[in-house]
Design a protein around this ligand. Structure first.
Ligand SMILES: Nc1nc(=O)c2c([nH]1)NC[C@@H]1CN(c3ccc(C(=O)N[C@@H](CCC(=O)O)C(=O)O)cc3)C=[N+]21
Length: 295
């Protein structure tokens, strides 16, 4: 069994990005500038956005964090988005999800200029992704592809089972793994809450990607020998023995599943740090006005 070390690979990627930023500085060019809007004060969301800002500093990007109250109306948020769309100083921005219930998420995502949509959530970018066109690939799926690639995990002709059909992870992941190119060319099964006999499906999988948010969901009996297991789950469970009073846990029963898997991502230190690194990568591409295509 080999650990897919997202913490380490994300550091490598950040070093690569920092070197690109240094070149930009040496040439007297403007460095990439990422902005993030966060509405409300959900603890986990604030932590993630904080990590994104810190990562920007680390690679030499400029960053702007815009905090709006929980009571923000959709109109107010749309106005802020229009400002960022028009601001030539901002290369890319994200609106942290989830949003408070008075705000329609799809309306918000559609308001973002597709050229600044470094999350890749705008329907135009999502559509391009599905059509194998160059675009911003959503950061979490992009991070998973990058991990598979850097560890030389074969995806071609493999059966990939994705658990969970969220717009930000499961759905794009199912599309990307089945796309032409590398990593891709996989045969994909997308499972969700209406899937029957899920164990019968997961035990056929060469690659399993769980994005559910249910701690210890994926048990050893659900996994065949030598499967590749990618755990996208991140759930905070209270734990008084830790400094913060909580620890984070994935969807996978790591202790038992890791004995069977050929490759497995840990939580923490797997997909999470990769998500942040790939958001930076997309912002660099936005600055360079480039998009990514699979090879
Ligand atoms: N518009 C938008 N884009 C996102 O990309 C987005 C979002 N909204 N909303 C929430 C999810 C979640 N997400 C994570 C990012 C980093 C870690 C991360 O760094 N995790 C660390 C540990 C963090 C901890 O200790 O809590 C790890 O897994 O090792 C986790 C989760 C981005 N998301």
């Amino acid at each position: 069994m080999e650990i897919l070390d997202g913490k380490k690979v994300s550091e490598d990627i950040k070093n690569e990005i920092a070197a690109e930023v240094q070149k930009m500085k040496d040439n007297g060019e403007k460095v990439p500038h990422l902005a993030a809007i966060i509405v409300g004060n959900d603890g986990a969301s604030l932590t993630y956005v904080g990590s994104k800002v810190k990562a920007c500093e680390r690679v030499g990007f400029e960053s702007t964090l815009i905090k709006m109250p929980n009571t923000t109306s959709e109109t107010e948020l749309l106005k802020k988005i229009k400002e960022l769309n028009a601001d030539d100083n901002i290369d890319g921005f994200i609106v942290q999800l989830p949003l408070p219930k008075q705000i329609d998420t799809q309306e918000v995502l559609m308001a973002i200029d597709p050229n600044k949509d470094v999350d890749g959530f705008h329907p135009e970018n999502f559509g391009k992704m599905a059509l194998d066109m160059t675009t911003f690939i959503p950061a979490t799926p992009f991070g998973i592809l990058e991990l598979l690639e850097r560890y030389g995990v074969e995806t071609q002709g493999k059966h990939t089972v994705v658990i969970g059909r969220s717009h930000i992870v499961g759905r794009p992941m199912s599309i990307l793994m089945g796309r032409k190119g590398f990593p891709g060319n996989s045969t994909v099964t997308l499972t969700h809450s209406y899937t029957k006999n899920i164990s019968q499906i997961t035990t056929q999988a060469d690659i399993i990607i769980t994005a559910l948010g249910v701690p210890n969901y994926l048990k050893a009996e659900m996994v065949k020998d030598d499967a590749v297991v990618i755990d996208v789950g991140i759930t905070r469970v209270s734990d008084d023995s830790t400094e913060k009073g909580y620890r984070i846990t994935g969807d996978v029963d790591f202790e038992n599943v890791s004995k069977k898997a050929s490759f497995i991502t840990p939580v923490p230190g797997g997909v999470g740090p990769m998500t942040i690194a790939m958001l930076l990568k997309n912002t660099l591409l936005a600055r360079e006005q480039k998009r990514l295509k699979m090879r």
